[in-house]
Ligand binder design. Sequence first.
Ligand SMILES: Nc1ncnc2c1ncn2[C@@H]1O[C@H](COP(=O)(O)OP(=O)(O)OP(=O)(O)O)[C@@H](O)[C@H]1O
Ligand SMILES: [Mg+2]
Length: 160
Amino acid sequence: MNRNAIYPGTFDPITNGHQDLVRRAATIFDHVIVAIAANPNKAPMFPLDARVSLARRVLHDLPNVEVLGYAGLTVEFAKKHNVGVVVRGLRAVSDFEFEFQLANMSRHLERDIETVFLTPQEQFTFISSTLVREIAVLGGDVSEFVNPIVEVELKKHRRV
Ligand SMILES: Nc1ncnc2c1ncn2[C@@H]1O[C@H](COP(=O)(O)OP(=O)(O)OP(=O)(O)O)[C@@H](O)[C@H]1O
Ligand SMILES: [Mg+2]
């Protein structure tokens, strides 16, 4: 049986923390779909097609990883693609409460879907897309946190 997983998120933009998680997931599962949610209520800095394209370029060397955009419920997207496992990341205890609630809600909506949690290597535990965006907008150096391809795009949003 093939073990497939989706790794859903906003990826606005993809960070080295996300990348670390995808690379781990790619060694555990046969096929991993990085599922990028349109998430208009989060008012993303990058439009969906840009977030998808950045993630594809950053992850292009992984043959069993696919990047797709989606709108709507994650569990519906998973079902449509015949995937029974959702991968999420835990950086710190502060992630736990929301992730626990989300995992239980997903299971409530679709009982056959399991959520599994991965943790990144220590140096990525404090990286979030939100912080990276804020630093980049204020002209700070984000080269440690994102791929150079992403850094170039973030620089275009610098405001100071
Ligand atoms: N540095 C990281 N290490 C491990 N997991 C991460 C990291 N950043 C995000 N994740 C996980 O990836 C999933 C998708 O995250 P999401 O797209 O919300 O990224 P984010 O960095 O939290 O962005 P935002 O700050 O916009 O919420 C979540 O499960 C989140 O916990
Ligand atoms: Mg988040």
